[in-house]
Design a protein around this ligand. Structure first.
Ligand code: FMN
Length: 400
C-alpha cells in the first residue's frame, strides 16, 4: 500500500480549522503528544473527518513515517509490571492486538505509543484485497467497532519485506505474527503451514498466532471444532517440529464458543503428544458475532464486534480457559480493554498478557501509558508486588 499524504494534509487542515487557525500550534501539540489536546481535539476531528478505514490508514501512515508522539520514552519503569513468558521479557503486559498493523509496516512507530509487544497480521499467503468497502463501522454510542475486513493482506512476501525494511536497524519491542488464510484456499491447514515456512525462522518474529477465529472468512471458525481441530493442530505442530521452530505458537479463539467447544479446545491444547509437541498459549478472544444490547445504529452491520460490549464476554472466556487448561498455558487476553481496571480484571481472570485495539481508536495515543500507570497503582493498592501474583486469582476463586 502507498502512503497518501493528502490524508494527512486533509486531517491537519480539519484540525487547524477546528481550532480557529494556528497550524504551528497544531503541529507542535500533535508531535509532543499533549494528552488533553489529543482527547479534546484530535480524536473528535479525526472521527468527524474520516471514516473508520481511512482513519486507520492515516494512523498506520503516521506510525510508518514516525509522526506519532513518543509516549514510550516518557513512561516510568514499573517494576511490579515486568514479567518473563516463554523466553521473552515484557516491561509491562499491554500489547497491540492483531489487525492494526496487518502488513507489518509500522512496528517502530507504533512502539512509540508504549506497547510492550505488537502483533502484526493477520497475514495470508497470497495478497488479497478483502471484502468490499465500507467494511469498518464505528459504534460511537457503544465505544465499539464492527469490522468485516475479511483478511485484507499484502501477503507473506510483502510482509517479509516490510518487516526487514522496518526492523533491520532496530527491533524496538517484542513482535508477534498472526497467521491467516486466503479466502480461496481449499485446504486451510496448508496456508498456516506456508506461514510457518515463510516466517518460522525470521529473526524479526518472537511468537506466532494461528488465527482460526475471525468471523469474516467463510468456514474459518469451524476449524475450532474438535473433529477439525485435532488433525489441524497435529499437522501444525509437526510442521513446527520439522522446521525446528522454537518460538512460541499460540492459538487465537472466538468468544462465541459453546461450553462443550471450550472444553474440547482446552483438552486438545493441553493434550500430551509424542516428542512433547504442544501449543504454547491461547489468545482469548477475537471479535464476536453476537450483538449484546447495542445502542448505535450501525449495530445491524455484519462482521465482528470489538470494544466495550465484548469486554465481559472475553473476560469470562479467559476465566473459563484458564480453569479448563488448569492454568498450564499462558493466555493473552483481548476484548474491550480501555483502562487499568479492565486490564487488571483480565489478569485476575487468568491472562498473563493483554492486548487492545478498539479503545486506541477512541481514546487516542496516550492510552497505553495511562493504562500502564493505572494498572501498576491498582496492583500495589491491593498489596501485590508483581503481576505474576494476580494471574488467575479470580478464576481460581470462582471454582472454589
Ligand atoms: C478493525 C479490526 C480488524 C481486526 N483484524 C484482525 C485480524 O486481522 N486478525 C486477528 O486475529 N484479529 C483481528 N482483530 C481482532 C483484534 O485483534 C482483537 O482480538 C479484538 O478486536 C478484541 O480486542 P479490542 O476489543 O481491544 O479491539 C481485528 C479487530 C478490529 C477492530
Amino acid at each position: 500500500m502507498t502512503c497518501k499524504p493528502q490524508l494527512m494534509s486533509k486531517f491537519l487542515s480539519g484540525l487547524t480549522i477546528a481550532l480557529g487557525g494556528g497550524a504551528g500550534f497544531v503541529a507542535i501539540n500533535l508531535y509532543k503528544g499533549n494528552e488533553k489536546f489529543y482527547n479534546s481535539f484530535v480524536m473528535p476531528v479525526l472521527h468527524a473527518t474520516f471514516d473508520g478505514e481511512s482513519a486507520h490508514r492515516l494512523a498506520i501512515n503516521m506510525a510508518k513515517y514516525s509522526l506519532l508522539p513518543d509516549f514510550y520514552s516518557k513512561m516510568k519503569d514499573y517494576k511490579n509490571l515486568k514479567s518473563s513468558l516463554w523466553t521473552l521479557e515484557f516491561n509491562h503486559p499491554i500489547g497491540l492486538a492483531a489487525g492494526f498493523d496487518k502488513d507489518g509496516e509500522a512496528v517502530p512507530g507504533l512502539s512509540k505509543l508504549g506497547f510492550s509487544f505488537i502483533e502484526v497480521g493477520s497475514v495470508t499467503p497470497n495478497p488479497q484485497s478483502g471484502n468490499e468497502k465500507p467494511r469498518v463501522f464505528r459504534l460511537k454510542n457503544d465505544e465499539a467497532i464492527i469490522n468485516r475486513y475479511g483478511f485484507n493482506s499484502a501477503g507473506h512476501e510483502a510482509v517479509r519485506e516490510n518487516l526487514t525494511k522496518s526492523l533491520s536497524n532496530l527491533k524496538p519491542t517484542v513482535v508477534g505474527l498472526n497467521l491467516g488464510k486466503n479466502k480461496a484456499s481449499v485446504d486451510s491447514v496448508d496456508d498456516y503451514v506456508a506461514g510457518l515456512e515463510a516466517f518460522g525462522n525470521s529473526k524479526f518474529i518472537d511468537y506466532f498466532v494461528i488465527n482460526i477465529s475471525s468471523p469474516n472468512t467463510p468456514g474459518l471458525r469451524n476449524i475450532q471444532l474438535k473433529n477439525h481441530l485435532e488433525p489441524f493442530l497435529d499437522k501444525i505442530l509437526q510442521t513446527k517440529a520439522k522446521l525446528k521452530i522454537t518460538k512460541p505458537l499460540l492459538l487465537k479463539i472466538s468468544p462465541d464458543l459453546s461450553e462443550k467447544e471450550k472444553e474440547d479446545i482446552a483438552e486438545l491444547v493441553i493434550k500430551s503428544r509424542p516428542n512433547g509437541l504442544k501449543i504454547d498459549g491461547l489468545v482469548v478472544t477475537n471479535t464476536t458475532v453476537s450483538r449484546p444490547d447495542l445502542k448505535s445504529p450501525e449495530a445491524s452491520e455484519t462482521g465482528g464486534l470489538s470494544g466495550q460490549p465484548l469486554k465481559n464476554l472475553s473476560t469470562q472466556m479467559i476465566r473459563d480457559m484458564h480453569f479448563l487448561t488448569k492454568g498450564s498455558i499462558p493466555i493473552i487476553g483481548a476484548g474491550g480493554v480501555s483502562d487499568g481496571k479492565d486490564a487488571y480484571e483480565k489478569l485476575r481472570a487468568g491472562a498473563s498478557l493483554i492486548q487492545l485495539y478498539t479503545a486506541l481508536t477512541y481514546r487516542g495515543p496516550s492510552l497505553v501509558s495511562t493504562i500502564v500507570d493505572e494498572l501498576s497503582h491498582l496492583i500495589s493498592e491491593d498489596g501485590f508486588s508483581s503481576i505474576e501474583e494476580i494471574i488467575g486469582i479470580d478464576a481460581e476463586k470462582a471454582t472454589k
